[in-house]
Design a protein around this ligand. Sequence first.
Ligand code: ADP
Length: 309
Amino acid sequence: MKAVEFQAVEKYYDSFQALKGVSFDVEEGEFFGLLGPNGAGKSTLINSMSGLVTPSSGSISVLGHDVIADYRKTRRALGLVPQELIADPFFNIRELLELQSGYFGIKGPQQQKWIDELLERLALSEKAKSLTHQLSGGMKRRALIAMALVHKPKVLVLDEPTAGVDVDLRRTLWEFTKELHAQGHTIILTTHYLEEAEALCNRVAIMQEGQIKALDKTSALLSRHAYRYLRVVTPHSKKDLVPELQSRLEESDGNGILLKVKKEECMSSVLGWLHQSGIAIEDISSRDASLEEVFLDLTSGKAQETKNV
Ligand code: ADP
């Protein structure tokens, strides 16, 4: 069964079209990345899964349940970690987790044990009796994750879970998320940290201006990319390079130069141009594109246009 199916989802905010007919599936058990620049429509799409946003047309189902017609079943299957915690002036973290369990009709000692485990795993045990406004930013984020997991949802959706959190916490969050994935949960993630998406996600979709620009296995997206990158460690600077290399220069810094070379280009021509430049070469290494480079290539055309306006 599909974990999530988006079919021709459109969303208008007044006359502005934020989603322009988005269709794709997420398979059960996938670790799926939804990427895109700010304003691409990722949050609108994700919030449409949980009823926070109502699509103007199209349909979404979670584990076969339509998110509008079968709202309760969908909510039961879905754990959504939003970007912001809504402050609650009355209930402490533990009480909020108990209330959330009650909303899903789950009670009893087993549930208390699960709440204890969540608090423990997310390093919140000591803050169980704190109110939301007494928590630091990182703690709030962990509380949000605990809230989303309280009913052990099959599909976990994380919207920028590591934005603005420190390296330690980021690692803890990813370890926990990877464990949940290994236990069979489907994970859908939006993130700006593309190296994380590259390391974690089996498949990624790249969204821009309310549309899917690319969707594939992460490895396929990377190998489909037309370029490879050549790092040359040299004490010389870019002004010493022959024009053929100047035009392929991606960046140059104190350590040397980075060349962006078409895959079909013969490596021996590139080496010939380096030789013609007469520069001293201390080291040379070649690699495929990173997800960040693929992402920028796919999305920067528009960014360029915007800059020129
Ligand atoms: P992302 O999550 O990819 O940054 P969003 O889904 O938040 O993108 O936003 C997509 C577009 O829809 C943006 O242009 C944003 O300004 C617009 N938008 C989002 N929410 C609303 C809203 N409630 N009212 C009007 N426009 C909105």
